[in-house]
Ligand binder design. Structure first.
Ligand SMILES: Nc1ncnc2c1ncn2[C@@H]1O[C@H](COP(=O)(O)OP(=O)(O)O)[C@@H](O)[C@H]1O
Ligand SMILES: [Mg+2]
Length: 269
C-alpha cells in the first residue's frame, strides 16, 4: 500500500472535562472520497479540524503527506496548508471582497508567497488568476458573477463560491464540513455533484462530513461513522448495510430509516 495522504494515530481531544475525540486511528489513501457521518456532537467537525492541523490534539499524532503536524515549524505548516482546500462553516466568504476576489484569494496568497516580481510578470499573473477564476465560476454554474458581493448571493450560491475557492489552487486534500447544511434538496444535490466533479482525482483526497447520507452514498467510496468521539464503523456502503450494529444500519439504510420512522400502528392492518 502506498503511504497514506493523511494518518491519525491515537488521536484524542478534550474540551474541559469533555472527551470529544477518543482514540481515533485513521489512514486515508490518495484518490478516495471519504464520507464522515455521525450524530450531532459526535466530534465530526473537531476531527476534521484535527486532520487539517487547525487544532492541536491532547494525545496522538496527525501526519499529512508523511509529516507530523506537531513537528513542523510555522513555514512548514504553511507549506502543508497550501496543499489543503477547506470548507468549514466558520471559514465563510470575506464579505468585503467580490466573488472573484474571494475565489482568487488562495492564488493571490500563493503569489505573495512566491514573491513574483513587479511589472509585466505581475500583470500577466493577474490575468492568469482572473482567467482561472472565470473558468472555475463556469464549473460551479455561476458564470460571470465575479463582480457580485457575497451578500448579493443565495445560500446555495455562497456554498458554490466557497467550493470554487476551496478547489481553485489544485489542492491535494479537500475537506468539506457539512457543505449542504441549511440548503434545499435540489441545491444539495448540485453541491454533491460538484464535490464529485471537483475531487482532485489524480493524487488527491476528499473528505466530506455530512448528514446527507442519501447524497453521500453514490459519491463516497468509504465511510466512517463517528459516535461520541470514537470510530464506530469504517467501511464501504455494502459493509454498512450488512452491519449487525443497529446504529450503523440506521445511518446507512434508508429503508431501515423509513421503517424506524413509521409508527407501528400505521403499518398494522
Ligand atoms: N472549541 C470548543 N470548545 C468547547 N467545546 C467544543 C469546542 N468545539 C467543539 N466542542 C464540543 O465538542 C463536541 C463535538 O463537537 P463537533 O465536532 O462540532 O460535533 P459534530 O460536528 O459531530 O456535530 C460537542 O459537544 C461540542 O460542543
Ligand atoms: Mg459539525
Amino acid at each position: 500500500m502506498t503511504a497514506p495522504i493523511l494518518a491519525a494515530r491515537g488521536l484524542s481531544k478534550r474540551f474541559g472535562s469533555r472527551q470529544v475525540i477518543d482514540g481515533v486511528e485513521l489512514a486515508v489513501a490518495r484518490g478516495e472520497i471519504l464520507g464522515i457521518v455521525g450524530p450531532g456532537g459526535a466530534g465530526k467537525t473537531v476531527l476534521l479540524k484535527l486532520l487539517a492541523g487547525l487544532i492541536t490534539p491532547d494525545e496522538g499524532t496527525v501526519h499529512a503527506f508523511g509529516h507530523d503536524f506537531a513537528q513542523q515549524g510555522a513555514d512548514q505548516r504553511a507549506a502543508i496548508w497550501e496543499r489543503f482546500g477547506v470548507l468549514f462553516q466558520n471559514y465563510a466568504l470575506f464579505d468585503f471582497m467580490t466573488v472573484g476576489e474571494n475565489i482568487g484569494f488562495p492564488l493571490e496568497q500563493r503569489r505573495r508567497g512566491d514573491e513574483v516580481g513587479k511589472g509585466a510578470a505581475a500583470l500577466s499573473r493577474s490575468a492568469e488568476i482572473a482567467a482561472r477564476v472565470a473558468e472555475r465560476l463556469r464549473e460551479v454554474d455561476l458564470p460571470g458573477t465575479q463582480h457580485l458581493y457575497p451578500n448579493e448571493l443565495s445560500g446555495g450560491m455562497k456554498k458554490r463560491v466557497a467550493l470554487a475557492r476551496a478547489t481553485i489552487a489544485d489542492a491535494d486534500v479537500l475537506l468539506y464540513d457539512d457543505p449542504t447544511a441549511g440548503l434545499d434538496p435540489v441545491t444539495s444535490s448540485k453541491i454533491f455533484a460538484l464535490i464529485e466533479r471537483l475531487h482532485p482525482a489524480r493524487t488527491g483526497l476528499t473528505i466530506v462530513v455530512s448528514h446527507d447520507i442519501d447524497r453521500m452514498l453514490p459519491v463516497c467510496q468509504r465511510f466512517l461513522l463517528l459516535d461520541k468521539g470514537r470510530i464506530r464503523f469504517e467501511g464501504d456502503r455494502v459493509a454498512a448495510e450488512l452491519s449487525t450494529d443497529k446504529m450503523v444500519r440506521t445511518f446507512f439504510d434508508s429503508s431501515a430509516r423509513l421503517s424506524d420512522a413509521v409508527p407501528r400502528a400505521a403499518v398494522s392492518p
